[in-house]
Design a protein around this ligand. Structure first.
Ligand code: 5GP
Ligand code: ZN
Length: 113
């Protein structure tokens, strides 16, 4: 997608601090971390939001979800973590390329704001 910043990060047109990468997903540090560990896990395929997930994306998203525990382990989150998706206007989604925030290394409160 031409003007999508996360597609540009996937294509290495915009630099990022990569934590994990393979042919289907990318994980990189958030620019404005909200916890001592705050990374974003994204499918390389441009999917705008959870609302735009198609039937054909099931395997890709299942694959991404199954990688979360490996990335969490790589980041030393043995005491737990939070996986967050913000969807749409009310969910306060600011980047329109599906991404999951993985936050850890501090006690996270509930409910979120
Ligand atoms: P959202 O609000 O859409 O759930 O999350 C978007 C996240 O992307 C925010 O936490 C924001 O800090 C992060 N972000 C926005 N632009 C960039 C960027 O160019 N590089 C990186 N690494 N993170 C970004
Ligand atoms: Zn994109």
């Amino acid at each position: 997608m031409g003007d999508c910043i996360f597609c540009k990060i996937v294509d290495k047109e915009i630099p990022s601090n990569v934590v994990y990468e393979d042919d289907r997903i990318l994980c990189f540090h958030d620019l404005e971390p909200k916890a001592p560990v705050h990374v974003l896990i994204i499918p390389k395929k441009h999917i705008a939001s959870m609302d735009d997930v198609a039937e054909e994306d099931q395997a890709l998203l299942g694959y991404l979800m199954a990688k979360v525990k490996d990335i969490a382990a790589q980041l030393g989150l043995e005491n737990g973590y939070r996986l967050v998706n913000n969807c749409g206007e009310d969910g306060f989604q600011t980047v329109q390329h599906l991404h999951f925030h993985l936050l850890g290394k501090r006690k996270l409160t509930w409910p979120p704001g």
